[in-house]
Design a protein around this ligand. Sequence first.
Ligand code: 1HN
Length: 360
Amino acid sequence: MTSPEQSSDWKDLELERLYLDFTEEHLNPLWTQLGDLMPMTPTSKAMPFVWRWSRLYPLAARAGDLVPVGRGGERRAIALANPGLGGLPYATPTLWAAIQYLGPKEVAPEHRHSQNAFRFVVEGEGVWTVVNGDPVAMRRGDFLLTPGWHFHGHHNETNQPMAWLDGLDIPFAHHIDTGFFEFGSDAVTDDSTPDISRSERLWVHPGLRPLVGLDASASSPIAAYRWEHTDRALAEQLALEDEGYPATIEPGHAAVRYSNPTTGGDVMPTIRAEFHRLREGTRTRTRRDVGSAIYQVFEGAGRIHLGDDVHTVHKGDLFTVPSWTPLSIESQSSLDLFVFSDAPIMERLHLARSLVVEGA
Ligand code: 1HN
């Protein structure tokens, strides 16, 4: 006869053996992990985090003195590594963000990759990025595209260094194994320095499409979205609001989305980019969104209510907003913000959700 105690000992032993045998056969039971696999709402491993431009820029400059840029390394880009993501060069689970630094007269060689990329310039000028042979000037406030599989290299024509923000969908491409890469010219294929690119001459005339480009393209054919247009669009929204016309997304909050003129949609298949301007003393509604975003302060100062914390941010500072993290932004002066996110992925896959927390 076995006593009840013996029988439960036997069961414990058998259970332990069962789990060992599962492991041996590369099997994993759901019932021990359901909460982790299926949270009630997204619980990102990525953390809300702030990187200060005042810390980033001097480190990039030190790299500029010590580390040459050239074939092999390709770019002097220093990635924001989210502290929740195990030291990987991922700002969020889908997005790469880096500060890239190019010294006087330096050249970053041409290459292409399937990952989509952009540059945003918070300060400086004097670098041209050559995208499929089209030289594109980079200046403060400009947003520049390098869609997937476009050749690109950069050259600094001045005696001053220049640094900018790079954004790419590298982590997403890495998770789903879609990366291809090819080297191009060691120099740049066109070292001329036009004020505007051929792509802008063809495409950037308000409301007008060239009849050579009537097919929808996956990414925007516009290589550079210039600051003068972004600034003007935002200023006009606020001026219209002053005149009593509905033009802002909420009181004191002007915003534009960079768009693909062939579709009206996002600039690239995986990346959304926007620019927001808050009047001094504005606080946005608290919201949560599925998917992750990275902000950079372009001008002004503000307080960022992000998750459980509040951070004061200034020009050049960057912060990450992981999926479903509550965010509200409060301006302490007129506040200009650049933001990019993986929203096109979420929308295309019907995974997008947003929640505006009323009264917060
Ligand atoms: C790249 O090509 C650039 O073109 C920036 O400036 C960052 C990070 C990983 C791989 C390629 C650029 C990059 C990159």
